[in-house]
Design a binder for this molecule. Sequence first.
Ligand code: NAD
Ligand code: ZN
Length: 356
Amino acid sequence: LFVDLGKKSYDILFSDSFNGFAKAMSDINAPKKLLVVTDSNVEKLYADEVNDLLIKNGYDSKIYAFTAGEENKGMDTILGICGACIEHEMDRKSMIVALGGGVVGDMAGFAAAIFMRGIDFVQVPTTLLSQSDSSVGGKTGIDFMESKNILGAFHQPKLVYINVATLKSLPNEQFVSGMGEVIKHGIIRDSEFFDYIEKNSDKIKTLDNETLIKMDKINCSIKADVVEQDEKENGLRAILNFGHTIGHAVESAYDFKMTHGECVGIGMVGASYIAYKRNMIDESTLNRIENVLDMYGFKIRVDLPEKEVVYGYMQKDKKKIAGKLKFVLPTKVGEVMQTTDVSKTEIFAAFDYITK
Ligand code: NAD
Ligand code: ZN
């Protein structure tokens, strides 16, 4: 799959092994000196395989692993990566290989964006969330002072290499989380894709490689298409926030103990309910969205804290425009619209709807 961003264009390759990775690196004329950045979990599973393959193919490659977890997505880890770059005597032409989930991708990408004012990097995503969402689009960054992704840079990778076989070792809750963004892509942009995930849930849930490759490919093409039209999020790209206005607030309300994708699932139901109440979608569409989420194991009804508290979290959303909350609402499966005029009453009704 080709992501067309002019001079910053790159390919996304799909495979069920790492075998083709060295060839893919040579196809993009990767430099000899590489740093494979990964986290402590992925290090144990895949880092040696990838690093050995690179060394065998003549690269001067080293592994740098940091402790896994969102709580380590901060400046200390970035400095650690940059330190490893210096120790490995990397220069402007060297390259970082981000091997892991979204946390690795966001941080390795950010380190690549600032080391020597920017070096190249490639993404080798190993979670469903990163294979279907975060590895495409060029957003990199870290959390700071309780704010998620508040420091960062746009920095496009030179290549995304997706090995769907890595999903076999992924904990189930992480797989469900990734499905949140997958289902989201169907609802915002592609009703045929939504049909596909609705009809192939068995093959997807049992991690059939061929089905996963097909699913990831359509997924990335939807994300890439949106990003190509609006690289820096001035308009269209904001539709990717479907489910996120309420979803982020639920995530905060649960003190980040629920996965991101599961919260986005709840947020999508909330936003769809608002659309249903406005007569933008009918009841069967609302039910269909809920059913697909249910099929993939999402909790849709939750014990929310006090509505005012959750609403308070929404007010901190960094995607507000001129103080107004931005909502993405479905008009049908495959199409959404953006609005800033959703009232507090409508939001509270949505909270009631998603509460047990
Ligand atoms: P993650 O990177 O923390 O991975 C989740 C867990 O799975 C970690 O413990 C990790 O070590 C482990 N893991 C990764 N691959 C594995 C594998 N193949 N087998 C077993 N375990 C594995 O989290 P994530 O959900 O991939 O990404 C979330 C991050 O992505 C958040 O920080 C979020 O802000 C970011 N994000 C970025 C964008 C973007 O556009 N840049 C978009 C969405 C999300
Ligand atoms: Zn998301």
